[in-house]
Design a protein around this ligand. Sequence first.
Ligand code: ARG
Length: 459
Amino acid sequence: NSYKLWGGRFSEKPNEALQELNNSLPQDARLYADDLDASKAYAEALMRAGHLNATECDKLVKSLEIIRYDWVERLVKFEPSDEDVHTVNERLLVALTGELGKRLHTGRSRNDQVVTDMKLWLRKAIRETLSRLRLLIESIVSQSESHLGVLMPGYTHLQRAQPVQFSHWLLSHAFALREDCQRLAELRERSNVLPLGSGAVAGNPLGIDRIWLAERLGFAAVTGNSMHAVGDRDFVVDFIYCCSMVSLHLSRLAEDLIIYSTKEFDFIKIADSFSSGSSLMPQKRNPDSLELIRGISGLITSNLTGIMMTIKGTPSTYNKDLQFDKQYCFQAFDKLSQSLDVAVGVIETMQVRRDQLEAALSSDMLATDWAYYLVRKGVPFREAHHHIGRVVTLAEQRGVDITEVPLGELQQICAAFGADIASVADYGYNVQQYDAIGGTSTASITEQLRLLKNLDKQL
Ligand code: ARG
C-alpha cells in the first residue's frame, strides 16, 4: 500500500540507499500536529477559493482530526515509501477519503508546507524555552533574595577585585538570561509571517486568500516573495542562535559554580542530587550536572555552525539540503531544554556558604575604596590610585594588611589621610556606597530584583 507523492515521470524505482538518506521521518514526525493544523487551514482556503465544496472541506478537516488522533494514540504505522511527515499525513488522508484527499495539495508544495510547519513549531518552541528561562530566572531571583547582605569577592580575570554582594554576582547571570528572553520574544514577532501560498517557487495561481490564511493560523503577515519564502530558513538560524546564546550563558554560570564549589573556594555546595561520585575515589563528589551544561553548549553551538554551513552553498529557493534544518533545530531545542531544567534544579538546591564567601574577602580588596576615600578628600583619582598602590606595596613588603599600616606612614605617602580612614575597613559599609543604578548596594540590588520580577510585562 505504497503511496507516492510523485513518480509519474520516473521509470525506475528509487535507489534504496537514497531512500534511506532521504527519509526524514525520524526527525520531522514531531511536526505532525503543525502539519495537520496547516492542512486544515489550507483545506478551508481551498473551499473559499471554490476548489472544494463545503461537504468536501468538512470531510477533509474531520479526517485530518482522525489522523491527529492516530498520531496521539501512536497508531500511525510508517511505510517504506514514506519520505517525511507530509507524505505520511497525505497517505493517511487518501486512505480515509480516497480521491478527495488527493485534492488537498492543490496549489500547495511541500516547499511552502514544510516551512509553514516549521514556523508553527517554532512558536511553541519559543514559548516553552521562554517559560524554562523564566523558571531559571525565578530560581536565581529567589536565591538572591534570601542571601541579600552576604558578601563575597567580586572577580575580574578571576583575581580578587572588589567586595560585592553574593546576590549581585548571582543576578549578573539572570541579566544575561533576561536578554535571551528579549531576543526570543523579538524573534517570535519577526518570524510570525506566513509562507503558505508560496507554492513550490512561483506563488499560488488558484485564488488562495493568503491574508485570510495568515489570520486563520495566527500569523501577523504573509511573506512578500514566494522565492524567498520557500528557501528561507533564517528564522531557524536565528532560533538556534538564540539557543546557542542561552547555552553559552548557562555554560558561564556553570563554570562559575564549578569553581565556587571546589574545596579551594568552597563558596557553594551542589546538592547530592546534582552531583555524582567516582568509581575509584570514594571521597569524590563531582559537579557533573554543571559539566554537562557546559559541555552541551558546544554541541548546541555546533548546530548553529551546521545550519549556516548547510544554507550557505545553496542556490536560491528550496533545495533538499534544507531538510537538515530540522536535525539542527530540534537538537538545539531539546538539549537546551534539558540543560535549562538541570540548571533550575542546581540553583534551587545549592547551598550558599556565607562564612566561606565572607572569609575570602581580604583587605587589599579595599584598595579601590581607599582611593575613593582620598578622592573625597579632594585628591585627583589618578594620584589617589598611585598613593594607594604604594600603601599596598608597603603592606606587602611587611607582610601585613593595608589596614595595619600606621597612620603616620600613610600620611607620609599622602597628607590627605586622616584617622577616619579606619572607617573604610568595613566591607558591608563599603558595598552600600555603590548605589548608582546597576551597582552592588542593597538598594541597587533591590531594583535589579524588581526588574527581573517584572520580566513578563516586558516580553
Ligand atoms: N522533507 C522536506 C524538507 O523537510 C520537505 C520538502 C520537500 N520538498 C521537495 N520539493 N522535495 O525539506
